[in-house]
Design a protein around this ligand. Structure first.
Ligand code: ADP
Ligand code: MG
Length: 520
């Protein structure tokens, strides 16, 4: 089979998608032909597939360097669920588990191995890497190599040496959502990419609705929003740890199912909060920006900013965690002029980077102020919010996007006028249109079955099927495996593994509702 047909078959078979999104195809082809690549795409655009598909097409193992240990487990379980042999190596494994994983890796049992950058210099890993048929190296969140990015990780600077010390240098793919020119140049220079094929896709996320509110009472506004979003899961970002504490506490007292996350909590507390959120045991995650980079939960239906972030880059990355499954999602920023004072204060009181000269520090500060001013402009503009965001990333946009509060009017103006005593019952968010009302009961049954599968397997429910796939099943009520395979997100492996279970739920439902059997 040619690589061309093979990659589309792999896309369908393991990942359940019919076609590549813009940019993915070019990057996959380049990697398959042995070129280095730089992929710059917004959060949620689908960077992972760009290296996961080549990992499955070519023989050998793909190393994925990823900065966040907490994410690796999730990404790897999603792959394993899809039938892709993958593993991670990081400090959460016990020495025994590590030995076992390394042994299996040596036996060639994994196609993808996720590693934290600090692992690259461990002697046991070095020994493995020297002997293993490494065919591709993917550097995820590649902006971590740059001091100008927001999440500088010195260990990323060692990646280039690691790659060059391999017996045969494999192609290197670098992926990031950070689009600024300076960071891009740093990535190419510091990872020592060789004549990379570079793809920067459009930064628009069409399914995200943007709104800025200036509420008199922030907490009241938040409560109103959360009531409107009652059937979705989402994130509330606050700028300070103590705000996270008080907001989470008040929400729980008001009967919301909320958990909290910030860097001041123990690792165990953070892990538990993240799991509760990812497993849909908690509806709302209240967090500082410590909760973040690369969070892969696909069914985040809203991101509310309780405070103004310090840059559009940070805002777009955080807001972009909503709607990865392609469903409509809301990004609401609660803004007050006090946020400006708070942001300036934080800037003045942050630890200066000791590696920078006085002149460099001054220029960093100027950069910070510029970024803050652009953020303020976003909060105060009367014109299209999307255009304001996209122009920051150097992308031209029309005057009106038709899908933000400034273009089509406020959706959540009621929250703006909220007071902290809230008694009025608020309308629930409308049911998603793809699942017709008469099929809602089937959707509920499917969700219950998914939850019990997820519990049995100890993985988050969306790792088995995302919400959109489940709605697709509910809407079309397939009764055969062929029909099931038509549904977006349904790969062959998953159909083989869960198909019978799903079809039996549908059949049971149709037995009670025979009138729905021959719809269309
Ligand atoms: P990123 O790393 O760029 O933030 P991810 O790799 O996590 O994005 O992918 C985001 C979502 O997009 C995932 O839910 C994934 O299943 C979906 N996705 C990726 N590529 C495609 C595709 N070609 N067709 C449909 N959905 C896709
Ligand atoms: Mg990613």
């Amino acid at each position: 089979m040619s690589e061309q047909t093979e990659k589309t078959e792999i896309l369908k078979k393991y990942f359940g998608h019919d076609s590549f999104r813009p940019g993915q195809d070019t990057l996959v082809n380049a990697l398959l032909s042995g070129r280095d690549v730089l992929g710059v795409m917004p959060t949620g655009a689908g960077k992972s597939l760009c290296y996961q598909v080549p990992a499955m097409v070519k023989p050998g193992v793909t190393l994925v360097v990823s900065p966040l240990i907490s994410l690796m487990k999730d990404q790897v379980s999603a792959l394993v669920q899809a039938g892709v042999p993958a593993a991670f190596l990081n400090s959460t494994l016990s020495p025994r588990q590590m030995d076992l994983a390394m042994e299996r890796a040596r036996e060639g049992r994994y196609r993808l191995i996720y590693v934290a950058p600090e692992r690259l210099s461990a002697p046991s890993f070095q020994a493995f890497a020297q002997a293993a048929p490494i065919q591709l190296i993917a550097v995820d969140e590649a902006h971590c190599v740059s001091q100008w990015g927001q999440d500088f990780r010195p260990d990323y600077l060692k990646i280039a040496d690691f790659v060059e010390a391999l017996p045969k240098r494999p192609p290197v793919g670098a992926f990031t959502a950070t689009a600024t020119q300076r960071v891009r140049e740093d990535i190419v220079r510091l990872l020592r990419l060789r004549d990379p094929v570079s793809v920067t896709t459009g930064f628009d996320r069409e399914n995200l609705f943007f709104e800025v509110l200036t509420p008199k009472n922030r907490f009241g506004a938040l409560v109103r929003l959360l009531r409107r979003f009652a059937d979705r899961s989402g994130i509330v970002y606050c700028s300070a740890r103590k705000t996270v504490e008080s907001v989470a506490q008040k929400l729980c007292a008001d009967g919301f199912s909320a958990v909290r996350y910030h860097a001041g909590l123990s690792e165990e507390e953070r892990r538990r909060a993240q799991e509760d959120f990812q497993f849909d045991r908690a509806q709302v995650m209240v967090a500082t920006n410590a909760f973040g980079m690369g969070i892969d939960k696909s069914n985040v239906g809203f991101v509310i900013h309780y405070n103004m972030p310090r840059s559009i880059e940070a805002y777009y990355q955080e807001a972009g965690r909503a709607g990865r499954d392609g469903e409509e999602a809301d990004c609401v920023l609660l803004y007050s002029r006090q946020d400006i004072m708070a942001a300036r204060w934080m800037m003045d009181h942050s630890e200066p980077n000791p590696d920078l000269s006085e002149e460099e520090r001054r220029s960093v500060r100027r950069g910070d102020l510029d970024r803050l001013n652009r953020m303020i402009r976003y909060c105060e503009t009367q014109s299209c919010l999307r255009a304001e965001l996209l122009s920051y990333f150097g992308q031209r946009a029309g005057k009106s996007c038709g899908f933000c509060a400034n273009c089509i009017g406020h959706r959540y103006a009621d929250a703006q006028n909220a007071l902290a005593a809230e008694t009025k019952p608020v309308k629930k968010a409308p049911a998603p249109e793809e699942c017709p009302p008469e099929m809602e009961d089937l959707l509920i049954r499917l969700k219950a079955r998914r939850l019990s599968m997820a519990r049995d397997m100890n993985v988050p429910p969306y790792v088995i099927f995302d919400d959109k796939t489940l709605r697709g099943i509910a809407a079309s009520a397939p009764t055969t495996r062929e029909q099931l395979l038509q549904i977006r997100g349904m790969g062959e492996y998953k159909a083989a593994r869960y198909g019978e279970d799903i079809l039996s739920v549908v059949r049971d439902f149709l037995r009670i509702h025979p009138e729905l059997e021959d719809r269309e």
